[in-house]
Design a protein around this ligand. Structure first.
Ligand code: ADP
Ligand code: 5GP
Length: 209
């Protein structure tokens, strides 16, 4: 499988002088602003970023598009992907399944693109155990300025009912307790400042490759 991806990519790219791209794992509690920051950071075309679109069994929110934010699939389809070994990692989060398709990651990194995974702390742990010792892996944890502000952002997004919001807030405390496992902790206070800090981190890590 990987071999065929490599062959396909080799057909159209010269690998002689090309470095494999970074694998950037971005985590942080639901509602902290991961998606918003990622979109802002991706505007910097010098960073050559590729967003890894996850699969999920949760309902599509208003404004989301299949294949852009997520691939929205059924639980049966999700289970089949696991069985076939097509997910790099997966997890259950507040009643739904989320997972990272494996094939596009290596394909895009081999093209020299820097691949961004937006996944929870459990998914990040699974990925890190699989890429142990590899160069070019960067982990970033986004933090809210306060729990009050986090709740405000989740509520302001108007996409969940109260029960789900409470479950997400509980989950947030468990996730934030693991911020120390990440190379970088960045506070999403204001959009521009936070996005600039994330951009600087990626530029720095690219310089170190
Ligand atoms: P996540 O992807 O982490 O779940 P989102 O990107 O959906 O979070 O952001 C949650 C909400 O918070 C959105 O309504 C977004 O517009 C808002 N938001 C994101 N960053 C900021 C910020 N720095 N200041 C104020 N609101 C923000
Ligand atoms: P949301 O429903 O708010 O989009 O996402 C809920 C949580 O699932 C967030 O913490 C988000 O980062 C995480 N998530 C999204 N995609 C994946 C994935 O592919 N794998 C894992 N493990 N978590 C994911």
């Amino acid at each position: 499988m990987l071999y065929s991806v490599v062959k396909k990519v080799q057909g159209s790219y010269n690998f002689a002088n090309m470095k494999k791209g970074l694998l950037i794992i971005m985590s942080g509690p639901s509602g902290v602003g991961k998606g918003t920051i990622r979109q802002k950071v991706m505007e910097d075309k010098d960073l050559n970023l590729f967003f890894s679109v996850s699969v999920t069994t949760r309902q599509k929110r208003e404004g989301e598009m299949h294949g852009r934010e997520y691939y929205f699939i059924s639980q049966d389809e999700f289970d089949k992907l696991i069985e076939e070994g097509k997910l790099l990692e997966y997890n259950r989060y507040v009643g739904h399944s989320y997972g990272t398709p494996l094939a596009p990651i290596e394909e895009h990194r081999l093209k020299g693109e820097n691949v961004v995974l937006e996944i929870d702390v459990h998914g990040a742990t699974q990925v890190l155990s699989k890429v142990k010792g590899q160069q070019g892996v960067v982990t970033i944890f986004l933090l809210p300025p306060s729990y009050e502000e986090l709740e405000k952002r989740i509520r302001g997004r108007c996409t969940e009912n109260d029960d789900t919001i409470q479950m997400r807030l509980k989950q947030a405390r468990d996730e934030i307790a693991q911020k120390g496992n990440y190379m970088y902790n960045v506070i999403n206070d204001t959009l521009d400042r936070c996005a600039d800090e994330v951009k600087k981190i990626i530029h720095k890590e690219l310089g170190a490759l």
